[in-house]
Design a binder for this molecule. Structure first.
Ligand SMILES: [Zn+2]
Length: 453
């Protein structure tokens, strides 16, 4: 560990509260045997130990939640469906049991608060979502939502009084395009509310079903400065942590996504009568281009990903040289500059391959979402908390979208990842081990405490 890193860790560990009896210290020391790539968990100075949530209770909630919306195809709690509303009712009960008097904002998001001791402090916001995709699993969303409720309950039960209020949020309709969190940052227009969600309900109808009020949406909008920070625990949904044998991902940000449609024009001609050296074969150009895109992405270090995912040939017939191919590229990275650089590379490769194959390439950018970078201090609190708990970890980007990317527009944001078994998500086989759920919730708890310092 470099000295500067150590000092950051030490400072954050020192921010953890004194725990009478330090019952957690022994557990922390035992777990401290876990070591990751050169970063050993600092367990803080004597007498200071990380707190722990009631993991059994948290995993019990998840187990009970599994029966809501469970069908033969998997979990079906698509936003605004009967099952989603039943899931929200279950969640509201958990808020009440935790002493969090739930409030539903005009956008249909659920909020509950643990009061702080300093009325001048802005809330630390933690949470996730409880809706699912079609035929999904029980962990994407509920892990972070229920862990946030459990953190709030643990703080109260363990008598930890923080200066900041701690707000727990459950965003509505994450899987339909981060609807609740977009509404919370004022990113949806009135016309967007007529969009039809997977349940068949419009967003407008859905907001009403969730207990919101479309005529008062502006009241649900958070402004920059309204929050101290936002932290979200989530399953990784990929297999990087599992493959590396690590327990916690400290998310550096949510990748930016840029989509292109590339149209390659050649010339349709007879597949038997046209000599091989006299062709303008759009399919051949597309094949070379697909390989070139892959080579470019893999040709430099980093976590960037690029995918040619769709290829439509015309006339798409056995005995005709393809006249036209329309293909798509999906490009993702945490760094905007790198996304811009690869965009230029893809265009250059098109010109080169077009010249070599006597075809013409035309580019159209069809979608562009900027990266959402996790706040450096929030990452530090998460990392230091994992260290204090003796958990192995790594910094990593999120390749999937989350509510956190929206809230990053108005507040310092951070995310905690826990491993997905087999890297599987959005599937009935989605699973995160109870001990990993516990680790994630413990990190969230201590990160909240660190954020209060
Ligand atoms: Zn999710």
């Amino acid at each position: 560990m470099r000295r500067r890193t150590f000092l950051q860790h030490a400072a954050a560990a020192a921010a953890l509260p004194l725990v009478p009896g330090a019952a957690g210290a022994a557990a922390g020391a035992a777990a401290g045997a876990a070591v990751d790539a050169g970063v050993r968990g600092t367990s803080g100075s004597p007498g200071r130990a990380p707190l722990r949530v009631n993991a059994e209770r948290l995993n019990g909630w998840l187990a009970r939640f599994d029966s809501i919306g469970r069908t033969s195809g998997g979990i079906n709690r698509v936003a605004y469906s009967e099952a989603d509303l039943a899931g929200r009712a279950f969640t509201l009960d958990l808020f009440r049991q935790a002493g969090l008097t739930p409030r539903i904002d005009a956008a249909g998001n659920i909020f509950g608060r643990v009061a702080g001791t300093d009325p001048a402090r802005k809330p630390i916001l933690i949470g996730s979502h409880v809706d699912s995709v079609t035929d999904g699993g029980n962990y994407d969303g509920p892990v972070g939502s229920f862990a946030a409720i459990e953190v709030a309950r643990s703080l109260q039960e363990q008598g930890v009084r923080l200066r900041h209020p701690v707000d727990v949020v459950v965003w509505q309709n994450e899987e339909g395009g981060t609807v609740g969190s977009m509404l919370a940052v004022g990113a949806l227009k009135d016309g967007d509310l007529d969009r039809v969600a997977r349940s068949g309900k419009t967003l407008r109808e859905g907001i009403a079903l969730c207990g919101g009020d479309v005529t008062r949406l502006s009241e649900a909008v958070l402004q920059r400065g309204d929050l101290a920070c936002y932290m979200e625990l989530h399953i990784e949904q990929g297999g990087l942590l599992e493959r590396a044998g690590l327990q916690i991902g400290v998310v550096q940000g949510i990748v930016g996504i840029r989509w292109f449609e590339v149209t390659i024009d050649g010339f349709a001609n007879h597949a038997g009568a046209t000599p091989m050296d006299q062709r303008q074969d759009a399919m051949l150009a597309a094949a070379k281009y697909t390989v070139a895109v892959n080579d470019a992405i893999r040709g430099e270090p980093g976590r960037q990903v690029g995918t040619v995912g769709r290829l439509v040939a015309t006339p798409n017939t056995t005995n005709v040289i393809p006249q036209r191919v329309v293909l798509t590229i999906d490009l993702r990275d945490l760094e905007q500059a790198k996304i811009d650089r690869f965009t230029a590379t893809f265009e250059r490769l098109g010109r080169e391959i077009g010249a070599a194959t006597d075809t013409r390439f035309a580019f159209r950018q069809t979608s562009n979402n900027a990266p959402a970078i996790a706040d450096a201090r929030v990452q530090g609190w998460i990392d230091a908390s994992a260290a204090a708990l003796g958990l192995t970890r790594q910094r990593m980007p999120s390749g999937a979208g989350h509510d956190a990317q929206e809230i990053a527009h108005v507040a310092p944001m951070g995310m905690i990842f826990v491993p997905s078994v087999g890297g599987i998500s959005h599937s009935p086989r989605e699973f995160t081990k109870p001990e990993d759920v516990a680790h994630g919730a413990n990190v969230l708890l201590n990160a909240v405490i660190a954020a209060d310092a």
